[in-house]
Structures are given as C-alpha cells and as structure tokens.
Design a protein around this ligand. Structure first.
Ligand SMILES: O=C(CO)[C@H](O)[C@H](O)COP(=O)(O)O
Ligand SMILES: [Fe+2]
Length: 224
C-alpha cells in the first residue's frame, strides 16, 4: 500500500485566520488540505467556495488541496475550483446527472478525480468508472457537519472497496472522512483506507503536531 496521507478538514479550522491555521497544520506534519464545499442544498450547511481556495494559494499554500464537493449541481463549479488551485476534486455521484461526464470534466481541468459515497449510498456507482478514478472517498458520517461520530459499518464498506481497488489493478486512493480520531485510525487503516480526513480531532487540540504524530504512530502500528 502507498504511504498513508493525513488530510485535516479545514471545516474545523479558524476561518477568521484561515491562512495561518492551514500553514500551522501543514507545518505540524499534515499531508493534504481537505476543503469541504457545502451548498445548503445538497447538504444542510453552507461553507466556502473557489475564492477561498484561491486565497489559500495566494497566501502561499503549496500542499495538495483536496476539494470535497457537497453541492448539486456538480459540473458548474468544477472549472472554477480547478482554476482556483484544487489538486483533487471529489463529488457525490447521486448529485451529478452524468457521473462519467463530471469525472471527465475534472480530468480535463487538470485535477485528480474522485467519487464520494455517503454511508447509505450504494457502491454500484463505481461500475464502469474505475478507470477514471484517482480517489474513492467513503463518508463515515452523513455529510454536512464536522464533529460527528464515526459510523462503524464504514469498516465493512472500506474492506469491500479495498478489494475492488486491489482487484481492479488501478492506482486509486481510498479516503475516509468523518469522525476519524487517534483512537480509531488504526482500525480504519486495517480495513483498507490510506488517506484520512480529520477535522475536529486535529483542530480542537492546542498542539496539532502532537495529534498528527499520534495518528502516524497508530498508523505505523498497522504496518508491522
Ligand atoms: O465532509 C465533512 C462533513 O461533511 C468533513 O470533512 C468531516 O466531517 C470532517 O470532520 P470531522 O473529522 O470533525 O468529522
Ligand atoms: Fe469532507
């Protein structure tokens, strides 16, 4: 398996001083910035758009930005995020009228593409598009808010998707998002995830490095 990636969700960062907070979490050892986009339509919350992504790039953030679109419709906003500096763009397949077209649009915009599955979303959306995916993101909470508890049935779904990825032979990251913490990250990795979004678990702590180091040492324990 490829190296584990830790992706703090900036949903739980300090929006009043976002650039500094993102810098701090990257200096503390985070790999990727997870950027949650909510539209008060597909999900019952409203967050940030391409201008904020661009502002982070202008501030000097060079790390990969993983844009998690919780919006409907999907396609209209993809080119704007690509122009604003997104590295990865993922969307929920049931929010797109044409899943293959949305994936193509992301790729043509120069970004990596992924599909996101809510706890109740069936995996059949993966049929016929595995070759177009760089990331599969399994939500371990229902989308819309940070600080929720990890839904245990995600572990089985992770094992299923890990097998699908391995059997496919494609180079696809398996990302998990929602309720990831120091005390469950090893179990989640053992189920097959290799990219871990964590918002409240990191940003609620005074010292981001301590939490990230603890997560890495839990992850290392799964490799022995
Ligand atoms: O997509 C999301 C919510 O829809 C967030 O990325 C997720 O909830 C992360 O927050 P936490 O780690 O606090 O659960
Ligand atoms: Fe997210």
């Amino acid at each position: 398996m490829r190296p584990f990636l830790i992706a703090p969700s900036i949903l739980s960062a300090d929006f009043a001083r976002l650039g500094e907070d993102v810098d701090a979490v990257l200096k503390a050892g985070a790999d990727v910035v997870h950027f949650d986009v909510m539209d008060n339509h597909y999900v019952p919350n409203l967050t940030i758009g391409p201008m904020v992504c661009q502002a982070l790039r202008d501030y000097g953030v060079t790390a990969d930005i993983d844009v998690h679109l919780m919006v409907k419709p999907v396609d209209r906003i993809i080119p704007d995020f690509a122009k604003a500096g997104a590295t990865i763009i993922t969307f929920h397949p049931e929010a797109s009228e044409h899943v293959d077209r949305s994936l193509q649009l992301i790729k043509e915009s120069g970004c990596k593409a992924g599909l996101v599955f809510n706890p109740g979303t069936p995996l059949h959306y993966l049929d016929h598009v595995m070759d177009k995916l760089d990331v599969i993101l399994l939500m371990s909470v229902n989308p819309g808010f940070g600080g929720q508890s990890f839904i245990p049935s995600t572990l089985d779904k992770l094992r299923q998707v890990r097998k699908l990825i391995n059997d496919s032979g494609f180079d696809i990251r398996l990302e998990v998002d929602g309720g990831v913490k120091v005390d469950n990250i090893a179990e989640i990795a053992a189920a097959g995830a290799d990219m871990f979004v964590a918002g409240s678990a990191i940003f609620s702590q005074p010292d981001y490095k301590t939490v990230i180091d603890e997560m890495r040492s839990e992850l290392a324990s799964t490799e022995s």
